[in-house]
Each structure stands twice: as structure tokens, then as C-alpha cells.
Design a protein around this ligand. Sequence first.
Ligand code: ATP
Length: 363
Amino acid sequence: MATVKLENIYKSFDETEVLFDINLEIKDKEFVVFVGPSGCGKTTLLRIISGLEEATTGSVIIDDKDVSNSPPVERGISMVFQSYALYPHLSVFENIAFPLRVAKINEKELEEKVFKAADILQLRDRLDFKPGQLSGGQRQRVAIGRSIVRDPKVFLFDEPLSNLDAALRGDMRVELAKLHQNLKTTMIYVTHDQIEAMTMADKIVVLRDGVIEQVGSPMDLYHNPKTKFVAGFIGQPNMNFLRTTDTEIKKNKLFVSIGELNLELAVDVSKTNAGDEIDIGIRPEDLGVSSSGGIPMSVDVVEHIGATVILYGSVLGDSNFCAVLPSDSVIKPGETVSLVFDSSKCHAFNSAGQALKKTHKKK
Ligand code: ATP
């Protein structure tokens, strides 16, 4: 069993403040992903958990034991980095066995552990190869194997797939998810790729400028983002936003006008006034095309990707609009289409970027 608790973590490098009051509880066997834009502090937080970096203040608690002042080797964790850091002159077997040789484990036990890890990672037929004879995905699996043989309580991954091409990343995502199911160990994974976060995580921690913006399951963040930042970060293609000050409040409901369209939104309006600036968020996959009504979209680019058609273009002067339509949609660049959507699918954000809570039943 391995739970991880972070309490009031702050981190500064000299004058530069990087993390602010991080509080987080990670359950036993949970797959938790730290996600956020470059520089938001993901790696620093992971390094603080590992003990490679010390928090300026705050505590790291693993299995109810405060390890804030313990060196990495005493924390029962193992870290896999973006660069595989394999020894090029050693075989795959010896690379995986390396931490066991350092620990002077007897040969029989060492072999058993290496073979077991190689079986889990499907590397059994590559054990005599050198790293230079392996693909990028296989090399990353060797690096993971080196972690597995140490039998850690917690695995830490720092952007392990970012050196791989898109196809291999897809395969490795599935392999890591399977690995988690097989090993049933707590895993903490850092990425800036929201697709990795959505597909692998039990729990996503969205970081922004050193602060936790929101914690939740992938679908909770998708359906109920608490801020415009999370709404724009989670989901692919990104959520569309339309700004309006044409806002009214009647009978505890928000009425907004966007172009010719009048929307009634069931959201908490207790802190909103008529005329307030509101950003309406609508996901590309929640849009449809109608022969009449709706809002006009001037289409610049049409992408046919098989199962769907993706339109890129402008809506009411915003040139970053995107709509995902069924594959049989026949639309050409240069056309203007009329976009429609169900107002219950819309999100509303105030001028501070905070979501107005939906008052109808949550998904
Ligand atoms: P990326 O996705 O680009 O790896 P990240 O979210 O992992 O980014 P960190 O690597 O944790 O971000 O860095 C957070 C901030 O801390 C950055 O502004 C970075 O410049 C700063 N930082 C990190 N390590 C140090 C250091 N050793 N000395 C000074 N500043 C540092």
C-alpha cells in the first residue's frame, strides 16, 4: 500500500517562487497525472515527492510517514525520466538489472526479477540487445523495467513519452495503463499532454503558475471545469469561447445574447449582474449544423479525419472557432454554415475566469 499526501508545499529557487500552497491526497494504487503548461511546476512537484528536490516549506507524507527530510532511497519510490538514461554498453538485461547489482542482490533473485519485468514489458526476446539496437518505445520500456525491479511503493514518471513519435506514444499510453492494472501500484505521472492525462489518469491535477487549479477525474474535469483555464486545457480540440456583455438575469437564470442567438443558461447567478461580461464556452463536439437559425461560421479549413470532420473558421469575429461534425458532413472551405447547440451543453465564465456553477443535474 502507498498513499502520498502533500501538505502546504511551497517552493522557491532563490527569488523565484515556483509552487504555492500545494495540498493533495493521492490514494493507494491511484494513477494520478499532473498536467499543465510548460513552466507551471509539474516536474518540480514530482522531484519534491521523490526527494531529488527539497520543498521550501511543507511536508511530503508517504504511507502516513513524514519523509520530507528523508533521502530518495528511503522513500520507496522510483522515477522514470523523459530521457531513458540507459547505459549504451550494457545489454537490456544488465540495464534492467542495474539497481539490483548496486543493491548486491543474489544472482538467482536478480534473474527472477529481471525476467519478470521483461515479461510484463514484453522485452524477453530483447534481453541480449544493446540499447542502440532498440526502438524508442523499447528503450523507454527498459527504463521502466529498471524501475519495476526495484519494487517501489510509488512510481513517478516525468514526461516519459515525449521523445516518442505520435503512433508510439499512443501504443505506450495503452501499455502504461496495462502496466498500472498489472502492478496495482500508486503512480504519479507528469505531462503537458492533456490526451495522456485524459486517457490514463484516475485523477488529474491541473497546475497553473504553481497553483493547483482543479483536481478531479478526467470526465469530471471535462464536464465540470471550475475555471476557463481548465475548460480550455482539457478536451481536444479545445473548447470555443464567445464573449458577451449582453447578459440579463431573470428568475435566477442567466440570459445571454450572442449575435442573433438568445440563450437561457441554468447557472448560479448569485454573484452575477445584468450587463456583466461573460464568456460562453462550447465544445467543438457539442456543435451541429442547421439550415436555419444558429450562429454563422465562416469556414476556412475542413479536416476529414475519418470518423469525424473538423471545421476551423470564424464566428462573430473570433477566428479560432472549431466544430466537430459527423463524417458525412459535406462542407467546403469558404462556405458559411449555421452552427446550433443545446444551451445545456454551454459553460459560462465570469470576467475572473471562474465558472458559474450549473444548476441543472450534473453529468
Ligand atoms: P515543463 O513542462 O516545461 O517541463 P514544468 O511544469 O515541469 O515545465 P518545472 O520544470 O517544474 O515546470 O519548472 C517550474 C519553474 O521553476 C520554471 O519557471 C523553471 O524555470 C523554474 N525552475 C525549475 N528548476 C529550477 C532551478 N533548479 N533553478 C531555478 N529555477 C528553476
